[in-house]
Write a protein that binds this ligand. Structure first.
Ligand code: FA5
Length: 340
């Protein structure tokens, strides 16, 4: 019986060494160590032995059992180590490899021109102001000499909100806030997003950008206004552009002007952007109406000023020859990548 046990131990140990899967290993365990396995059978047969034989065989049985269990455990650990190595191989990742296919971003053309304009006016001593996009009626209309029921309110179709609030239709309310907060003398510009409840076409968006500008000082004249407007256009276009000045009506300026630019999409020939007129409305402006100064607590006998409301989105269209305003907010990467 002892010889058989020693032979069983040695054959089991070599089967364990040769097992290549966890299932094969488990089969050996069940066959040798299981309740109905070979060692259990030896244990049952021990009843037939003399007490001395039983003591020797019992001792040997325990030794064989322990060595088989240890061999099984060692082989199981090897399997686990192999599985871990395979998983690590599969999951290995070199964090230092440069990522492929990244595309550099760029400023949106509206932001780019806005920054150029801010730099220019900053160098001319103007402060850059910001104002709320959700405005009250007073700052968007009343303080600009557009009282309720004034027909000028219909010039700008308004998105009304609850509680008498609205989405600002122009950047002009920031002039009012600037006058209220800073007082004269004042040089400010206010770039920003504005909203109008109107139908969209090649040159009209419901959401677009303007840059408001205002200068209040003693003895401000139309000559000052024209100087700053020309300086602005020359800086943005970096070349000669043809403009025309014509009378324009805005309740907050007197006199008021429309400064139009010769359409750069069609060179004045006529296209959908200029509505086939050859001219694009770009830069309404004028001398600040004394009533507007007074509404903000400024003595209109002592102080005067000019103001303008540049159509920034249209200016960007002219600068880059963009033939439809809808491209600018389309989010279309084919369009935007041209400015990278
Ligand atoms: C105004 O908004 C006045 N606040 C401008 C102003 C300020 C005049 C200070 C005098 C003194 P207007 O509604 O014309 O004016 O708009 C100004 C410019 O915004 C237009 O010349 C045009 O270039 C641009 N604009 C107007 N409507 C749209 C639109 N729907 N889409 C794109 N640009 C527009």
């Amino acid at each position: 019986m002892e010889t058989a046990l020693t032979a069983l131990e040695s054959s089991t140990l070599s089967r364990i060494r040769e097992a290549v899967t966890a299932e094969a290993l488990e089969a050996v365990r069940v066959e040798v160590l299981g309740r109905k396995g070979q060692l259990a059978a030896v244990s049952r047969d021990m009843g037939k032995l003399t007490p001395e034989e039983r003591a020797r065989v019992g001792k040997l049985l325990n030794t064989v059992k322990t060595s088989v269990e240890a061999a099984l455990e060692a082989r199981r650990a090897e399997f686990e180590a192999q599985a871990l190595a395979l998983r690590l191989d599969a999951e290995w990742l070199d964090m230092t490899v440069p990522a492929g296919g990244t595309r550099p971003g760029a400023l949106h053309p509206v932001s780019r021109i806005q920054q150029e304009i801010e730099d220019l006016f900053h160098s001319l001593g103007f402060t850059i102001l910001d104002g709320p996009e959700v405005e009250d009626e007073y700052h968007n209309f009343d303080a600009l000499n557009i009282p309720p029921d004034h027909p000028a309110r219909d010039m700008q179709d308004t998105f009304w909100l609850e509680g008498g609030l609205l989405l600002r239709t122009h950047t002009s309310p920031v002039q009012v806030r600037g006058m209220e907060r800073l007082g004269p003398p004042l040089r400010m510009i206010a770039p920003g997003r504005v909203f109008r409840n109107e139908s969209v076409d090649a040159s009209h968006e419901h959401t677009f950008y303007q840059v408001e500008g205002m200068m209040i000082d003693r003895d401000v004249s139309v000559a000052n206004l024209i100087f700053f407007m020309t300086t602005l256009l020359t800086a943005v276009f970096k070349r000669q552009v043809t403009v025309r000045l014509r009378p324009g009506f805005f309740p907050f300026v007197e006199p008021g002007f429309e400064l139009d630019i010769r359409c750069l999409i069609c060179a004045g020939e006529g296209c959908p952007v200029c509505k086939h007129s050859g001219w694009v409305e770009l830069l309404p402006c004028g001398l600040v109406n004394p009533r507007v100064l007074q509404a903000s607590g400024i003595d209109s006998e002592q102080w005067g000023g000019f103001a303008f409301g540049l159509g920034l989105t249209r200016l960007v269209m002219m600068r880059y020859a963009i033939d439809d305003i809808r491209w600018l907010q389309s989010g279309d990467l084919r369009f935007l990548e041209q400015f990278a």
